[in-house]
Design a protein around this ligand. Structure first.
Ligand code: SAM
Length: 233
């Protein structure tokens, strides 16, 4: 999968060179490039924002650098006649909420472009223009407001990246996770079996795999009922 990220703070994404996603890049499973939006400015101050039409507080990201960035990053590769259109994702608190289902869907795409907003956001015409170049998605990390899209993109790239085949060594570990079956995950324990007078539930030491599976499912239901009853519908 190819991922391009555009931001005015590209060093935010240094963390994506670590751990599983770092290894996925060195083995070629993931082709991740982070770009500085200011590369597509032409004035001395490398300006990316301006005052809002209609007045109001804050600044708005100018459309010109975004247009040039998208032209370059969404352009079809010259060597491939049938290059798939990219999926262009703008993090936004006013977008659809990101879920595990969104991550699963986006993990099947060949090319994702993420555009990180700052200030009051990006000039609305950029989203309309981007729709000529690919599928546009405005995606929210949750119902709160961040200072910029970088943290949201980090979270999305990590959630999507770990679903790309080959990124997580043991694919079975992806199956039994919170949100994969609409429930929260069961509690996990490791050695020692007694720690500070707290015992591991005896069923987990029984070796009875059927009983363990039943117990874990009950725990999933109970946790979900207590912490996230909305998931149970
Ligand atoms: N004025 C915008 C609004 O009220 O919808 C908020 C702008 S916010 C300060 C700046 C940028 O942070 C946004 O353009 C977006 O890229 C990012 N952002 C903020 N909250 C977010 C969230 N919950 N999910 C995803 N991105 C978010």
């Amino acid at each position: 999968m190819r991922i391009d990220v555009v931001s005015i703070f590209p060093t935010y994404f240094d963390g994506l060179t670590l751990s599983l996603l770092g290894r996925a890049q060195s083995t070629g499973i993931l082709d991740l490039s982070v770009h500085d939006l200011r590369e597509w400015t032409s004035d001395r101050h490398r300006t990316v924002d301006d005052t809002p039409y209609g007045g109001g507080a804050g600044m708005v990201m100018k459309p010109e650098p975004w247009g040039l960035a998208l032209d370059e990053l969404a352009a079809p590769a010259e060597t491939v006649s049938e290059t798939p259109r990219p999926t262009i994702i703008f993090p936004s608190p006013a977008g659809e909420v990101f879920t595990q289902a969104t991550a699963r869907d986006l993990a099947t795409r060949e090319h994702l472009i993420f555009g990180c907003g700052r200030y009051e956001g990006i000039d609305e015409r950029v989203f309309e223009y981007a729709a000529d170049l690919g599928e546009v998605r405005l995606i929210s990390l949750g119902d709160y407001v961040l200072n910029g899209g970088e943290v949201a993109v980090m979270a999305m790239v990590e959630a999507i990246g770990r679903l790309i085949p080959g990124v997580v060594g043991n694919p079975e570990s992806l199956v039994e996770e919170s949100h994969e079956d609409g429930l929260l995950e069961y509690p996990s324990y490791t050695k020692p079996s007694i720690w500070r007078e707290r015992e591991v539930p005896p069923i987990l030491l029984s070796g009875n795999h059927g009983a363990i599976a039943t117990w874990r499912h009950e725990q999933q239901l109970e946790r979900t009922r207590q912490r996230r009853p909305d998931l149970l519908g």
